[in-house]
Each structure stands twice: as structure tokens, then as C-alpha cells.
Design a protein around this ligand. Structure first.
Ligand SMILES: O=C(O)CCC(=O)C(=O)O
Ligand SMILES: [Mn+2]
Length: 202
């Protein structure tokens, strides 16, 4: 069951949060399925000239490759269960998605640092739809100029959408949390622009 979209205007963008985007049973089934069967990998990225393991596992499905922090994620067809979820997100957001990055935070020690989803392949003002499964975790946004902070608890089966110019003006992160011992899975749906639509000088 999905609620009516209720977008919140924030400085330089819009946020949408639907706590009960997925009903309990489909959320439980997808969580168990992905936990057991998704091809999770712990990737390394280059930081200050050294190769460092990321504090989470990831996998990627999409028609096109995606490059971030020096990592190249090769194209890989989306499984049916994820295609259905993609369609639900497209309906709510009224925009297409052609790829999804899955993150598995094994417990509260796994995290994602402050960043912007602003790779040029995502286009100038990307809409990013993020579905959460498993442990409830705090998600934070911080405005780059004003320092304003928004903290949002993301629960099992919820959908958070970032749209407008958020990726230019805000950073976001999933901080560590000592209290959490259960895994969380996050699926972030994106639209990757084909190479021929990217301007050559960016
Ligand atoms: O786990 C989350 O909620 C955030 C994930 C994220 O920001 C990303 O995949 O770029
Ligand atoms: Mn992100």
C-alpha cells in the first residue's frame, strides 16, 4: 500500500518520505531474499592514495555502467522483484529509473560518509529514490552553505526521495550507530544518462 505523495520543500530541493511504502510481508520477503541471494561485494575505493575497504557491502543492477569514487560498476540485468519495486518508485516519483545501487549495512558499524550523488551521469538535478529494509537507521542531510541539518529515521519498508537541486546544495550520510546489531539493506534507484547525452566538456 502506498500513501499519497506528500513532498516537503526544503532549501534548494524537495524531499518525500513514505514510512509504509511497502507492506510488512513484501518488505520482509524482499529483505530475506536480497540478504541471502544478492551478489554482495565489499569494494575498495582509493582514499588519499590508499586502497580502503568500504564499510558496507554493495551490488549494482542497471542497463549502463556507473562510476563513482574510482569504482566502475558494470551493467547487470535487474531481477524481476527489483523491477517491480522500480515501477512502484517510478509511479510515485513520476520519473523513470534505469539502475539501482544496493547497500548492505551489516550492523551499526557499517556506514556511508558525507557525500553528494552528483556524478555527471546522473544529470543536473537527479531524483534519487531510496527504499529501506531491515534495521531502522538514521539518515542525515546537511546544507553545504547554511549548515542546516535534517535527520530522518528510515524504517523497514520506507521510501525516501531526494529531488530538485538537493545533490548540489546538500550532502547526505548514513552515520554509524553503536546500538544497532541487525543488518539494513538500502536500494537507491537512479537514472543514468547514456554517454551520448552527456556533454563532452563536463
Ligand atoms: O543507505 C542510505 O540510506 C543512503 C545510501 C546512499 O546515499 C547512496 O547509495 O548513495
Ligand atoms: Mn547517496
Amino acid at each position: 500500500m502506498t500513501n499519497q505523495p506528500d513532498w516537503h520543500k526544503i532549501d534548494n530541493g524537495q524531499l518525500l518520505l513514505i514510512d509504509e511504502f511497502l507492506a510488512q510481508k513484501p518488505a520482509d520477503d524482499l529483505y530475506e531474499h536480497l540478504l541471502q541471494h544478492a551478489p554482495w561485494r565489499q569494494e575498495s575505493i582509493m582514499m588519499f592514495g590508499r586502497s580502503v575497504l568500504q564499510p558496507r557491502l554493495q551490488c549494482w543492477y542497471g542497463d549502463l555502467s556507473y562510476q563513482y569514487s574510482g569504482l566502475l560498476l558494470a551493467p547487470s540485468p535487474m531481477p524481476e522483484a527489483i523491477k517491480q519495486l522500480k515501477q512502484q518508485c517510478e509511479q510515485i516519483c513520476q520519473t523513470p529509473f534505469n539502475s539501482v545501487l544496493l547497500n548492505l549495512y551489516r550492523d551499526g558499524q557499517d556506514s556511508m560518509g558525507w557525500h553528494q550523488d552528483n556524478e555527471k551521469e546522473l544529470g543536473p538535478s537527479p531524483t534519487i529514490a531510496s527504499v529501506s529494509l531491515g534495521a531502522k537507521r538514521k539518515f542525515s542531510l546537511k546544507h553545504k552553505k547554511s549548515g542546516d541539518k535534517i535527520d530522518q529515521q528510515l524504517c523497514h519498508g520506507s521510501l525516501l526521495v531526494m529531488a530538485g537541486d538537493i545533490q548540489h546544495h546538500w550532502r547526505h550520510a548514513l552515520p554509524k550507530s553503536r546500538r544497532i546489531s541487525q543488518p539494513r539493506i538500502n536500494l537507491t534507484f537512479r537514472y543514468i544518462l547514456p554517454n551520448e547525452l552527456l556533454s563532452k566538456d563536463t
